[in-house]
Design a binder for this molecule. Structure first.
Ligand SMILES: C[S@@+](CC[C@H](N)C(=O)[O-])C[C@H]1O[C@@H](n2cnc3c(N)ncnc32)[C@H](O)[C@@H]1O
Length: 207
């Protein structure tokens, strides 16, 4: 039976989720953005926390937890279980919630990551990230390349209509700029037969 809610759909998927695929995307995204070791960071619509867990591992000596927010309790539960081996249990601050708006004060984050999820969140997420980021803070997101994306029936009804899937890296950068970010830079990342666009951009200095 098809889940009526997006969270329900991801709850059902949680146990069979393709972690390898998403961990590779997370690796590419983190490398593209290059966050500082002590940055205040959020993993938006984190799922099982592919980005949050990799960051937490590389920041073992940083007191600051990575904020990881997702609508799906099932995905968060899998993420918590996969993070159980981390040195510090407090390395990730898991939250089951709508990630828009992020539960943070204005201009309090250095970096916002959003892997493979922005096409569910909608354009409103970018406005919220500009609110949450300090001036000059960075955003890193990935989107599927339009030509290589075939959403299943389960998910196609949940896609945000105001997030155009990019056909090229340049298209993704132009869109981030149109949404108010600066210094947008994108590339196409190839994973077997799949393609994702990886984008980094900066929140403007003047508000
Ligand atoms: C394709 S998964 C990607 C998860 C993760 N970022 C990764 O790279 O593995 C999309 C995720 O977006 C989450 N999601 C969709 N809309 C959301 C919202 N409004 N707030 C929080 N999470 C949301 C879903 O629950 C799901 O876990």
């Amino acid at each position: 039976m098809q889940s009526a809610t997006l969270a329900g759909a991801f709850d059902e998927l949680a146990a069979s989720y393709d972690h390898r695929h998403h961990e590779e995307i997370a690796r590419a995204l983190i490398a593209w953005v290059g966050p500082g070791a002590a940055d205040a960071v959020a993993d938006v619509a984190c799922g099982a926390g592919a980005v949050a867990r990799q960051l937490a591992q590389s920041r073992a000596d940083t007191a600051r937890p990575v904020l990881a927010v997702d609508l799906s309790p099932g995905m968060i539960a899998v993420g918590r279980a996969r993070a159980a081996g981390l040195e510090r249990e407090t390395a990730i601050n898991w939250r089951v919630a709508d990630a828009v708006p992020l539960p943070v004060a204005d201009h309090s984050l250095d970096v916002v990551f959003c892997a493979s999820s922005l096409h569910f969140l909608g354009r409103r997420a970018l406005a919220d990230w500009r609110r949450a980021l300090r001036p000059g803070g960075q955003v890193g997101f990935t989107l599927p390349l339009a030509t290589h994306f075939r959403p299943s029936e389960l998910f196609s009804g949940h896609l945000a209509r105001d997030v155009p899937l990019p056909h090229t890296a340049q298209e993704a950068s132009r869109w981030a700029t149109a949404c108010g970010f600066t210094k947008a830079d994108s590339r196409v990342h190839v994973l077997g037969a799949r393609r994702v666009v990886v984008t980094s951009a900066t929140s403007p200095d003047s508000r």
